[in-house]
Design a protein. Structure first.
Length: 407
């Protein structure tokens, strides 16, 4: 009982300390001073504990607007912790350290692929190689974190080489991997050597060559050019894409989760702000959730060809991270696609086209991609809307199902 009372007493003391800091914040106490007091008077505290204390303060009649000010203090604390995590590329929590850690695992996997080449029995050779190739598919997360996170930050410093050259090499590796997967079932004793020499060995060479380029050119350059704040953003957003062959250190994952809780999108949206439309009105909160409930992914590129917005539903087909906001759309595509992107944008801008449709198969799913020119009532070009939808199940529909036929 004494232990329980002791815990209650600690929580009560934290609540009182938090209440005093909140009052001082409201009176104009600088955030940095509030942060120092938080550390000395409250110390380590989880988001769950903060939420409980906040609720008890609300129950006592403390204004929600005042309590919201405290989110900034908690955010500052977590930001400081993250800064310590990215002080050096040799820190186990630094994105470059995590990239390099993945590379060591990639090397092990590639070595095991090389060993599989020497298996004499053709069936064993195919079985082992299939297994290794399936594992190698995870490497895409490594490349995608570079494309979606590292490259955009390098572009901020006008360092465009990696996104124009290295992305193309990523796609070469992806193409070789796909070729290997598609052709392995047809491999026999007569064509085995050709398959190894023309597909597997080039794949191995490209993957290992990429590691060399990363660790001798890309990462040292990135460490020189990017700020601590850039690395923090990369670290925070990396989880949206994921890692290959490694686990994120638990301590840093906890900090990221805490940080994302404090800075959740809910905080940024003013629930009571009204957006007026010719056909009605919605609160900003309603609009956000309506867009994210639609069975399509939306990305909007403004009239200056910069990514301005993307929807964020749970089943998004193509990964989007916040680092893409403000990025030139031409830099969001591999080099071989840029001419096609330019053609679409030019035709929208000069009014010769209003839409384009594309469709492709990804992992057995049928993906429908549409681009629309967005214009105002005077036909002025405002930007381009990309709408992507998985229509695999839609294509299977037959006959009809009416409202009255509902189960």
């Amino acid at each position: 009982m004494a232990e329980v009372l002791g815990e209650k007493g600690k929580k009560e003391a934290k609540k009182e300390a938090m209440k005093e800091i909140l009052k001082e914040l409201h009176r104009g106490l600088p955030l940095e001073e509030a942060k120092k007091r938080f550390l000395s008077e409250i110390g380590n505290i989880s988001s769950v504990e903060i939420a409980e204390i906040e609720q008890s303060l609300i129950n006592e009649g403390i204004s929600i607007d005042i309590i919201k000010e405290f989110c900034n203090v908690h955010s500052l604390l977590l930001e400081s912790t993250l800064k310590e995590a990215v002080k050096s590329g040799t820190n186990p929590n630094h994105p470059v350290f995590l990239f390099n850690k993945e590379n060591r695992e990639i090397e092990k996997l590639v070595n095991s692929i090389e060993e599989s080449i020497n298996v004499s029995n053709i069936q064993d050779f195919k079985t082992r190689l299939k297994e290794k190739l399936e594992k190698l598919k995870e490497i895409d997360k490594h490349y995608e974190r570079k494309e979606q996170l590292l490259f955009p930050y390098l572009e901020k410093y006008n360092f465009m080489g990696p996104s124009k050259v290295m992305w193309g090499k990523h796609n070469d590796i992806r193409a070789l991997w796909k070729k290997a997967v598609n052709e392995i079932d047809a491999v026999n004793e007569s064509n085995r050597k050709k398959f190894i020499n023309e597909v597997i060995l080039p794949l191995i060479d490209e993957v290992l060559g990429m590691i060399t380029k990363e660790e001798n050119i890309l990462f040292p350059t990135a460490l020189e050019k990017l700020s601590d704040e850039d690395w923090i953003e990369i670290l925070k957003q990396s989880d949206e894409i994921g890692y290959c062959f490694i686990d994120v250190p638990k301590n840093i994952q906890f900090i990221i989760d805490e940080y994302n809780t404090v800075l959740s999108p809910e905080v940024a949206i003013k629930d009571n702000s009204i957006v007026q439309f010719p056909t009605g009105e919605l609160t900003a909160r309603e609009l956000n959730y309506i867009i994210n409930t639609l069975p399509v992914d939306i990305t909007f590129i403004d009239s200056e060809d910069r990514v301005k917005y993307f929807s964020d539903n749970k089943t998004r087909i193509f990964t989007r991270t916040k680092s893409v906001i403000g990025r030139k759309v031409q830099n969001c595509h591999p080099p071989k696609s840029v001419d096609a992107v330019e053609k679409i944008l030019k035709s929208f801008r000069d009014g010769t086209k209003n839409s384009y449709d594309f469709w492709l198969n990804i992992g057995g799913r049928f993906i429908y991609i549409r681009y629309f020119a967005v214009r105002d009532k005077n036909r002025n070009y405002l930007g381009t809307l990309e709408v992507t939808q998985d229509i695999t199940d839609v294509r299977k529909l037959e006959g009809e199902k009416r409202l009255l036929d509902m189960d």
